[in-house]
Every structure is written in structure tokens, then in C-alpha cells.
Ligand binder design. Sequence first.
Ligand code: KG4
Ligand code: ZN
Length: 337
Amino acid sequence: MDILSIESSCDETAAAVVRDGREIISSVVATQIEEHRLYGGVVPEIASRRHCESISTVVSEALAKADMKAADVDAVAVTFAPGLIGALLVGVNFAKGLAYSLGKPLIPVHHIRGHIAANYLAHPELSPPYMCLVASGGHSLIVEVLGYTEFNIIGKTIDDAAGEAFDKSARVMGFPYPGGKFIDDAAKLGDPAKYPLPKPKTAAPYDFSFSGLKTAVINLVHNSEQKGIKIDTDSLAASFQKTVSEIMTDKFISAAEERGCKKIALSGGVAANSGLRTALSEAAEKRGMTLYFPPVSLCGDNAAMIGCQAYYEFLAGHIACEDLNAYATMRLDEVTY
Ligand code: KG4
Ligand code: ZN
């Protein structure tokens, strides 16, 4: 089954053709990052406008790269939640029109379910049940993946998401938006023990809290500036990355151990982080757990992961009508459309 999938939940307009949920036939991602960088973050209105301008071309390109015509695909899938509402609506309306005109099923996909599914594209042997740590710009979750469309949330962030903490800390360190990748690069040159940073506590053991850590970085930079002390940015990046990686690794591994789970996965934009990948790999190896993570190209937003999840949503009978709407927020374990 060939699914044409569309993703427009934030600042990437993407389209892909995915075969039977596991094989990428084509994948096109048009990023708007350069424009949003001028403002230090994503400007929702600009994002919607750029999606409108590029969606047609991006979908045509995905079909051309797959050597297919729209009529050749078996279904159209689209990210319908969560995300920036104006941005989501562009993808949803385009997909609705296309599915209707082709007379093909329309499959609604939850963005975070898509991030989780990215691992299926990279690891043919991976199947539920397993546990997944999702770390993206807007979400930090520890999830039990009970089935392809069945999830149990064990932990979540009570304030900032991991990616948000990376980006806001990066900004005060002087890096461009989005700063996660810049922290990752700088951390390789720094001393991770130079600036000890706090590990915020949470009432629920597997919840995350990153806002205190972010504030500690901001205060450290501001206090140093006031005293005329030059910050060693590489070492601050290394210290920050080590602290986030340790927090996420400790909680995720404990949650997996508590459930006797030996199969674990990492996904989302922050899954590209080399410090987090290394910390988790080492912890998993020590405990005899098998860890899966996607290649960097499938960590950030893309439509291939949406096409992959769409296949399993289709098999579960999750097909939308022409009145499909977009939603800015929606839990991944309570999907309605
Ligand atoms: O999953 P994603 O593409 O978008 C959302 O669904 O939110 O995640 C984007 C986030 C940004 O915060 C970005 O800074 C972060 O992923 N990110 C990284 C790295 N690459 C991207 N964070 C840390 N290290 C990286 N190498
Ligand atoms: Zn995402």
C-alpha cells in the first residue's frame, strides 16, 4: 500500500510516499528555519503563509521523486494534531481536497505518533510492545507503546519540553534558533563538569521539568555578564547537554526497568542529540536493553514518519471524513477526529 503523506505542523512543509508503512519511496522536506531565525523562534503567521506557498510544490516533488502520479497512491495521510493551528490547517485542507478529488481514503495522523513511528522506517525488526522516550521541540514523554496505535503515557513534562529548554538556553548562550544542534556541536569542544547545573525534582517520578534548569543557565550567563566574567560557551553547552541527557536517561531507564522492559526507543527532534544518544546507549547496554533510535534525518519533522504511522492507523480502521479538522493540542493516547 502506497501512502502519500503530508506534514505541516510547525516550520517544515513535508511530503512523502511510504510503502506498507516501512519503506520510504520518496521524502521531501522544505524548511522555513532561515526566515524564523530572524525572529528568534517560529512566527505562526509566517509559518502558515509559507506552508500555503510551498505545499503544492513539495507534494508534486514527492510524487515526482517516487515516479508516481497522485492517482497511483492508495491513500492520503496528514498530520492533523498537535501543532500550530494555522500551519496544521494548511496541510489538512490540502490533504482533504486531494483525497476527495482522487476518491482515496484520508488518514489523520497524530504528530507525536509519527515521531514514534520514525523508528519503524529505520529498524524493520522493531515492533510493539516497547517503551519510547519522545523528546521534541514541544513534547517530552515517556510512552509505553503497547501496539502501533495503542499508547500509555508514563511521564511528561510539567513545564518546558526538552527541545524548548535546548533552544531557550542556546539563545542566551548566543546561538541562532533553533539552538539544539548548536549546543550539540559546541558541547563536543567543552568541559561538561565546568558548570554544575541543577536537576529539578518532580512530584511524579517519571515526569520532567526543565524550566528550572533553563533558568539556571540564563541566571549564570546574566550574572557573569554583570561581573564582567567571560562565559566558556562550549563548556556551558557541554554542562547543559550532560545534565539534560542524564535527567532523561535516568528517568527513562528507571521507568523501563520498573516495567521489566528490555526493548526501548528514542525519537523526536532532540533524539538527534549526540550526548543523549550516547548516554542512553551506555545505560541500555549496561542493563542488557536493546535501544533503537532513528537516523538524524528522521529525528526532526518529516512526512515519511507520518506515512509510516498512517499505514498502521489505516489497518486499525482510522479513516477520516471530509469534515476532518486540525487541533493545536491532543494527547497521543486520546486521539479523536
Ligand atoms: O521534533 P521536532 O523537529 O519538532 C517538534 O515536533 O517540536 O524538534 C525540534 C527540536 C528543536 O527544539 C531543536 O533544537 C531540537 O529538536 N534539536 C536538537 C538537535 N537537533 C534538533 N536538540 C538537541 N540536539 C540536537 N542535535
Ligand atoms: Zn515534531
